[in-house]
Design a protein. Structure first.
Length: 111
């Protein structure tokens, strides 16, 4: 069947060159006939990918590293923390509790 269609298409192709240049209607009919035959030829071929057929290759899943991207965005959006109102030297002294209380009071006053 497909060989017959291919032969008809080839015959129409050869006869196209024999049509006079000013006979536009016959040229259009020739082209329309070839298009119709080509559609039939394509329709007669078995189609892959129909129901019940297995795919030839699995589609590859592209993953992005969204976690690192989100961490970068989060670090840009979160304001920088203020430095603590006390330093490490204050904590090393004997009266670290008193210094801690003073630092906490100072921090609460600034809020």
């Amino acid at each position: 069947m497909s060989m017959d269609l291919q032969k008809e298409i080839e015959q129409l192709n050869l006869s196209f060159s024999g049509i006079r240049k000013d006979d536009h209607d016959r040229k259009a009919d020739n082209i329309k006939s070839r298009i119709y035959l080509m559609k039939q030829l394509i329709a007669s071929r078995p189609q892959s990918g129909g129901r019940g057929s297995e795919s030839k290759s699995k589609p590859q899943i592209v993953t992005k590293d969204t976690r690192s991207e989100m961490d970068d965005l989060r670090s840009k959006l979160v304001p920088k923390t203020k430095s603590l109102p006390f330093n490490q030297k204050d904590m090393e002294d004997k009266d670290a509790d008193a210094e801690l209380k003073r630092a906490l009071d100072k921090a609460f006053e600034s809020i």
